[in-house]
Design a protein around this ligand. Structure first.
Ligand code: GRG
Length: 286
């Protein structure tokens, strides 16, 4: 993905306002433009580029996904959720802009995401394809995806979760947005049903590996590397794959998932960009 034009697109999607809406748009821009890794948009663009030569057509969907992801981080950091003060290397949204604005900023980002996707659909050459992409995106963000995973996560706070509970939580909370990134890229690129299935499977594999790495980084990385507090799983009494499997088995499982991802990516021709971004994610240090 060409980072500069995408960052520009994100910034223009939420213009600064000098009027009554200024406090909420300031808080939205503060978190959205704080420099996350942009993993999900990069995956979406790379999946699209398996089938197409340009990338701008997919930006409204990639930006919408990054807005949904950012809103989830803002709300997850709130005192009523994980109560974390640091995010993307700067004070969390509610620390910098107050709790009420942080709640509104999250809601604002989710609505802006819908507006972007609906507008893209209205201008699409193939409105049915645009609707399929929108359906995948908002299903992954909702109760069958990220929100469902977060609900299950809260349900098990301070309780004994089992392995299958943990798998459910992370398939929904973490992997759903990664899976839809790849699926939407495929749908908009014109992938066949079979190719979309492979992309979704790849999303599952990357999502699982991403979560295992997150567990390891939460223990072994530094605050500077992560730009967010470390040890938060321990602080919140959460069962993690790391606690369940131990360090060695967690690292071994990541290696196995790496091989699986490689096999799935290799089933596509013209896969260099996707291969590069998948390698970056699976070797990430932050
Ligand atoms: C509160 C609506 C609501 C949802 C919360 C996704 C989520 C559900 C909470 C975020 C906290 C968390 C630990 C999620 C697991 C996925 C994860 C590791 C997110 C961080 O994603 P990165 O590393 O972050 O891509 P950047 O900042 O680089 O975008």
């Amino acid at each position: 993905m060409n980072r500069a034009p995408f960052e520009n697109f994100l910034s223009e999607a939420i213009p600064e306002r000098s009027s009554y809406e200024a406090p909420v748009t300031r808080a939205m821009r503060y978190s959205l433009l704080a420099g996350g890794k942009r993993i999900r948009p990069s995956l979406m663009v790379a999946a699209y580029r398996l089938f197409q030569d340009q990338e701008a057509e997919v930006y409204p969907y990639a930006a919408a996904l990054e807005m949904i992801h950012t809103y989830s981080l803002i709300h997850d950091d709130l005192p009523a959720m994980d109560d974390d003060d640091l995010r993307r290397g700067r004070p969390s949204c509610h620390i910098a802009h107050g709790e009420a604005n942080a709640i509104l900023a999250g809601d604002g980002l989710l609505n802006q995401a819908m507006e972007l996707v609906v507008s893209a659909g209205l201008n699409a050459k193939d409105p049915r394809q645009a609707l399929r992409a929108a359906h995948s995106l908002f299903t992954a963000a909702g109760i069958q995806g990220m929100i469902g995973g977060q609900s299950a996560d809260l349900l098990f706070e301070g309780k004994e979760a089992q392995e299958q509970d943990l798998i459910f939580i992370h398939q929904k909370k973490t992997a759903a947005l990664i899976r839809t990134a790849l699926e939407v890229g495929g749908i908009l690129g014109g992938a066949t049903e079979e190719e979309c299935k492979t992309l979704k499977e790849l999303g599952e594999v990357i999502g699982y590996a991403f979560q295992l790495q997150d567990d390891l980084l939460d223990v072994f990385a530094t605050v500077e590397e992560l730009g967010k507090p470390i040890g938060s799983d321990e602080k919140n009494g959460k069962l993690t794959f790391l606690k369940l499997y131990g360090v060695e088995q967690t690292r071994e499982t990541i290696r196995e998932l790496f091989l699986q991802a490689d096999g799935l990516v290799s089933s596509f021709e013209k896969n260099e960009e996707l291969q590069t971004i998948v390698n970056e994610i699976l070797n990430r240090r932050s």
